[in-house]
Design a protein around this ligand. Structure first.
Ligand SMILES: Cc1cc2nc3c(=O)[nH]c(=O)nc-3n(C[C@H](O)[C@H](O)[C@H](O)COP(=O)(O)OP(=O)(O)OC[C@H]3O[C@@H](n4cnc5c(N)ncnc54)[C@H](O)[C@@H]3O)c2cc1C
Length: 808
């Protein structure tokens, strides 16, 4: 056995084999895979082998499309069969909300190059040779890419393709220990001896938790027991086969089932509500090629429902039952990428749909390892989207919730209730007593809005305007006419210290680093020039800076900072140690003046100034900036003193019309100025010139900042598309994200985000548009829930265009 390797992939399921293949494909040949037993000895061998592109996360959907199209490539390279059946499939909609969701998905697919179609109930009947009872069905989404394959053949095809390009596979060799070495490499103690690897990939599937624990890491995932049935031969299926056709896939979310042809019969699986986690406290090492006992009681209701939807099943016997475990992360998406806090340790775990997602995940991980970044924004599958705050106690209820709702309609404003409240700030009970309707960000409870007296403390999940409308409107008006207050806890906050702090920031950030007492806004770029952060930098002294960015991306950012750390500088994540409030609106200055002895006049405390001042009893860092676009201040303080600061501001603001506002109002307010937002307008999917954030780049900095060369290239060549603002003639639903932009009968762009600007009374969106089409007043159409709505381009802000209010 080799004793030294560039990469050791632990686990020979479909995911480990895909990673191995993609590493060799992109040029790393000195790679080995170590498998405890034989290939496919985890969840892979008993998979139903179905694949499809549908995924609420757009990049995941695109990568699922990549996975499916890869199988032909594998067959060609290896001469092996993946047992492919590209039969096409449909997802049924049995209620209006689900139909709206499918129409929204269909709309997204238009610019992703996926050729899905909406079918009528009659078309469903025809497509399925009358085997689907369409009573109550409103329509369906057809995807020609849906199909199924042979799980074992496919995994072996990945393995063979990797071996043909130089990879080594060692079977019957359990990894017992993973020990970090001082140079960043790893020692793997295995049953067959010790291996030194520059990089480790944990593709341990069912045992990924145990493999992670060997390196001291908790990976938030849990196996769930899942069951599908294979029927005896069915005469109707045999008739279809005789005519040279195959029966398609049918997903029936209303019945929590998926159905496909298996041989001369059918196979049907369920995501049942009375589901069961498996081996909560750890997967036994001696678990192998065995199945779990059949369990009919938990799928009884689902089977009864399926008999109605697919009457042929009731007349058919069950040939076999497959009941086995596979893993899920709390949000159901994979955990991929560099594990925060460890060097050269990569996660390829929690891939719950290995045959829809395995190819795309292998591709993305190999790109990350070899090129330093992924082709598409990895946010939806990045292992760092869960922080150190996750625990098994959190993961278990979240995974159960995810399994139970896998086939539920997923609404853009939905807040799922399991494992909450979990992380709260000192303001939780105060805001709760004021009627907060809570949302969750990175495990943290954040007020979405404050229910009006008599209103329910619950926002109805919907694709349309919700019952939060009036409360949100009143919060917006309070900010624009008086003063609003909300918490700044949901910022990622870092303190950058040391003699080299400024020089380091100049290299990490593309924008200007401010002088003492001033702020700057800056993008952070990847080496390929993509936007990987959007920060406010505050210079507190020449050796101490505060930087604030996305709360949800804090682990991703900290990982990047640590990777690029240099002597003479330290970066500390203080996101949960420093908190506070922002106050915004025309009365914000008066409020601040009442609670501090410092001079906060416009002359003494200008826009983009930062000052350390005492408010009431609390020492604070106050920054004159506001994402609402109004006169405003962000006030940061020690976590322990937050309630004291609140009482001071709240009581002083009573006669100034102070009112708390939540995230719904904040996102509406920012639309008045078309301010971009992290993960919507600004993300690693985009280059700075496309989004307009390039205006914050300091091109002539004397240092070589990261991403400079590609950003300069983009600037010289000019971007092909640009973010533009639109006012839409909408009715009862606004843009969320990824809706297509039509001109005539062509889709020319897509929306990054949108919503309703309560202050201006307009439905608005931001969308990427080819530069040659851009002109003020351009009339286009934006497809919202399947309806094309007139959209007119506007080139200025909707309110306070000259920034007088913000700066004055
Ligand atoms: C009943 C059922 C039906 C399913 N149907 C589908 C479907 O239709 N479509 C679909 O896409 N997905 C389906 N899945 C899910 C699919 O099986 C998984 O997504 C996939 O198998 C995950 O693969 P993996 O490589 O991550 O993990 P695994 O298959 O669990 O592989 C992990 C491997 O790592 C090895 N390993 C672990 N620890 C060590 C160690 N210390 N040393 C060496 N080796 C180690 C194990 O032996 C194992 O071979 C289904 C799953 C089940 C249970």
């Amino acid at each position: 056995m080799k004793t030294h390797t560039q990469v050791a992939v632990i686990g020979g399921g479909v995911v480990g084999c895909s990673v191995l293949y993609h590493l060799t494909k992109y040029g790393w040949k000195d790679v080995m895979l170590i498998e405890r037993s034989t290939l496919t000895s985890g969840s892979t061998w008993h998979a139903a082998g179905g694949f499809h592109t549908l995924n609420g996360d757009t990049n995941m959907a695109a990568l699922q499309g990549y996975t499916i199209q890869l199988y032909k490539e594998l067959e060609k390279i290896t001469g092996m069969s993946c047992g492919l059946h590209h039969v096409g499939g449909i997802t049924l909609a049995d209620n209006q909300a689900r139909f709206e969701m499918l129409k929204a998905e269909r709309a997204k697919h238009r610019y992703m190059g996926l050729h899905t179609e909406i079918l009528s109930p009659e078309e469903v009947k025809k497509f399925t040779d009358g085997l689907v009872n369409t009573d109550g069905i409103i329509g369906a989404l057809y995807d020609p890419l849906d199909g199924h394959l042979d799980p074992s053949g496919t995994t072996h095809a990945y393995a063979k393709a990797a071996k043909m390009q130089g990879a080594t596979i060692v079977e019957h060799n359990r990894v017992l220990e993973t020990n970090p070495r001082p140079d960043g490499s790893w020692e793997l103690v295995t049953e067959q001896g010790t291996i030194i690897a520059e990089h480790i990939v944990n593709a341990g599937g069912l045992w990924a938790r145990e493999v992670g624990a060997m390196a001291g890491v908790y990976l938030p995932l849990l196996p769930m027991a899942h069951q599908y049935l294979v029927t005896d031969e069915i005469p109707e299926i045999m008739e279809i086969l005789k005519s040279g056709r195959e029966f398609p896939h049918v997903m029936d979310p209303g019945g929590e089932s998926y159905l496909r042809q298996e041989g001369r019969g059918l196979c049907i699986g369920f995501y049942e509500k009375p589901c069961e986690p498996w081996s909560v406290d750890g997967t036994p090492w001696n678990f192998g090629h065995e199945l779990l006992n059949e369990q009919w009681d938990k799928i009884e209701d689902s089977v009864t429902f399926a008999y109605k939807r697919f009457p042929v099943l009731e007349r058919t016997g069950v040939k076999s039952t497959i009941h086995g475990p596979f893993t899920f992360a709390p949000d159901g998406n994979p955990l991929i990428g560099p594990v925060p806090g460890l060097r050269n340790y990569w996660s390829a775990c929690a891939v719950m749909a290995g045959f829809s997602q395995g190819g795309g995940m292998g591709k993305s991980l190999a790109e990350w390892m070899i090129h330093g970044e992924t082709e598409v924004d990895p946010r939806g599958f990045d292992v760092a989207r869960f922080g150190k705050w996750t625990t098994p106690g959190y993961t278990v209820p979240k995974v159960i919730e995810n399994y139970q709702t896998r086939f539920s309609v997923s609404y853009p404003n939905e807040e799922r209730p399991a494992a909450r409240p979990f992380r709260t700030t000192p303001m939780y009970d105060i805001f709760d007593s004021m009627g907060a309707v809570w949302g969750q960000q990175y495990g943290l409870e954040v007020p979405n809005y404050f229910a009006l007296p008599g209103e329910p403390r619950y926002e109805e999940p919907t694709f349309k305007r919700s019952n939060a409308w009036e409360a949100t409107r009143q919060e917006v008006v309070a900010v624009r006419e008086a003063v609003g207050i909300n918490e700044v806890q949901n910022f990622g906050k870092f303190r950058v210290k040391g003699p080299n702090a400024r020089a380091w920031l100049d290299k990490i950030m593309a924008g200007a680093i401010p002088q003492k007492g001033r702020l700057s806004l800056t993008p952070m770029l990847s080496p390929k020039g993509k936007i990987i952060g959007d920060f406010t930098v505050t210079c507190m002294s020449e050796t101490e800076f505060q930087i604030t960015g996305s709360y949800g991306a804090q682990d991703q950012h900290q990982r990047w900072f640590e990777k690029n750390l240099e002597a003479g500088v330290s970066v500390e994540n203080v996101s949960d140690r420093i908190t506070g409030f922002q106050i915004a609106g025309p009365n914000a200055r008066e409020l601040l003046a009442r609670v501090t002895r410092a001079d906060v006049s416009n002359a003494a405390f200008k826009f983009m100034d930062a000052k350390q001042i005492t408010i009431g009893m609390v020492d604070c860092l106050v920054q004159r900036v506001s994402y609402t676009g109004d006169l405003g201040y962000e006030i940061f303080c020690d976590f322990m003193k937050e309630r004291s600061l609140w009482h001071t501001l709240w009581s002083a603001g009573q006669d100034l019309g102070i009112r708390p506002f939540g995230m719904r109002a904040m996102m509406s307010l920012r639309l008045d100025k078309f301010f971009g937002s992290w993960a919507r307008e600004f993300s690693p999917d985009y280059f700075p010139g496309e989004t307009g954030i390039d205006r914050f780049i300091r091109w002539n900095k004397p240092v070589e900042w990261i991403g400079k060369a590609p950003a300069m290239k983009e600037k010289a060549e000019g971007p092909k598309r640009k973010l533009c603002a639109f006012v839409i003639e909408a009715e009862d639903a606004d843009v969320v994200a990824y809706e297509p932009l039509w001109i005539g009968d062509k889709v020319v762009g897509f929306c990054s985000s949108g919503g309703y600007s309560h202050w201006t009374g307009k439905s608005v969106a931001q969308a990427f548009v080819p530069v040659e089409l851009i002109k003020d007043g351009l009339v286009a159409e934006i497809e919202i829930l399947g309806e094309r709505r007139k959209a007119t381009m506007v080139t200025g802000a909707l309110w306070d265009g000259d920034g007088a209010r913000m700066r004055g």
